[in-house]
Design a protein around this ligand. Structure first.
Ligand code: NAP
Ligand code: ZN
Length: 360
């Protein structure tokens, strides 16, 4: 195989034109001793790609190559790689591609909170190079973030676990989701639908919480035991009072979440964890008298150790996110973002057919 000096990707060049991305060549970052190159097979499209592409979190350097739910094969290894990863291994990469791995946060399996971490897209390394994600033929990442995929998992349905899946799995794990616990998943989109699958696989009694009844049938098929429609059922806070041990908010925006009502359905000592990262202008107001002994926190992705645990669970319990595939390319990426604008996806897009789009 001829080895390309430049990678190729499908990039946003102007936030206003996010529905019309363009194919571009770009230089990869300087190859480090612990880096691996991965030839990409497929990549999920996360709500965060959509936010980035639209400019919801501000203007970011261009070309903006989105994509951080990557599965591919390792084609190049740095000469100090020590995780055991080998050429030809099938690996996954999520939203993080670098951390210092020396600080207290990294050493306690919290590298997603490392102050030196680099996201897989649109974030500058110390040398100023801005990371480029998985809507591309190759990605170059630190070996720590290239995680082996168990053989029995299909690539297209596993890709979304690398960001969306781990983002809901980590707070479920850290807040005691399991048998005997009543766990709510609020916002049934890409991440929320994986939350239902995972909370159920972990043994909890699962409450799917959506704004309307439109997703009820799907939520029950995914394994939910109960369904709450907050807009169609105005008295939900009374009906489910003192019920839940844990809620993970998986919404793309918080504007339709009633933070006066939500704490009322929690047991005393319950946990509400938000993974939402909405439009930078959104503010949440918590009424102090409404808190009722409930803790409210947030959470970012998950550590390598947790991703390995998630993939093991998916492999053992045959967990398959509901995926619609689209061919990678200017049209495929544009269609994914356009349909995400109207919530027209059940429930995650995975971009496929990379060999057809890219010649190397
Ligand atoms: P998604 O597929 O677009 O799903 C978002 C869901 O949010 C929708 O299906 C909808 O569920 C609900 N929703 C939409 N608008 C809402 C509003 N105005 N008020 C309340 N709920 C609303 O997105 P996703 O990929 O699941 O991502 C969700 C969020 O997680 C995004 O903000 C993304 O940036 C963030 N994220 C965070 C992390 C992290 O590490 N913390 C990692 C990845 C992504 P219903 O129709 O069921 O109500
Ligand atoms: Zn993501």
């Amino acid at each position: 195989m001829s080895y390309p000096q430049e990678f190729q990707g499908i990039a946003i060049l102007d936030h206003k034109e996010y529905l019309h991305p363009k194919k571009v060549n770009f230089p990869p970052k300087v190859f480090g001793d612990h880096d691996v190159d991965i030839k990409i097979e497929c990549c999920g499209v996360c709500g965060s790609d959509h936010h980035f592409a639209k400019g919801n979190w501000g203007d970011v350097p261009k070309p903006l190559v989105c994509g951080h739910e990557i599965i591919g094969k390792v084609v190049k290894l740095g000469n100090k790689c020590e995780t055991g990863v080998k050429i030809g291994d099938r690996v996954g990469v999520g939203a993080e591609c670098f951390a210092c791995l020396k600080c207290d946060r990294c050493k306690s399996d919290n590298e997603q909170y490392c102050e030196h971490q680099v996201w897989t897209l649109a974030k500058a390394y110390d040398d100023g190079y801005v990371s480029k994600g998985g809507f591309a033929n190759y990605v170059r990442v630190h070996e720590h973030f290239a995680i082996p995929i168990p053989d029995n998992l299909e690539s297209a349905t596993t890709a979304p676990l690398m960001c969306g899946g781990i983002t809901v799995f980590s707070p479920l794990l850290r807040n005691g989701c399991g048998p005997g616990k009543k766990v709510g998943i609020m916002g049934i989109g890409g991440i929320g639908h994986m939350g239902i699958l995972l909370a159920k696989a972990m043994g909890a009694d699962v409450y799917a919480i959506s704004r309307s009844n439109a997703k009820k049938e799907d939520a029950m098929k995914l394994g939910a035991d109960h369904y709450i429609a907050t807009k169609d059922e105005p008295e939900w806070n009374i009906k489910y009072k003192d019920t839940l041990d844990l809620v993970v908010i998986c919404a793309g925006s918080l504007t339709d979440i009633d933070f006066n009502k939500l704490p009322m359905i929690m047991k005393i000592g319950g946990h509400i964890v938000s993974i939402a990262m909405p439009d930078a202008t959104e503010k949440v107001v918590l009424h102090p008298l409404g808190l009722l002994g409930v803790s409210v926190s947030n959470s970012a992705i998950g550590s390598r150790k947790e991703i390995i645990q998630l993939l093991k669970l998916a492999s053992e319990k045959n967990i398959k996110p509901w995926v619609e595939t689209l061919p990678i390319g200017e049209n495929g990426v544009g269609e994914a973002f356009a349909r995400m604008d109207t919530g027209d996806v059940k429930y995650r897009f995975t971009l496929v057919d990379y060999d057809e789009e890219f010649s190397t």
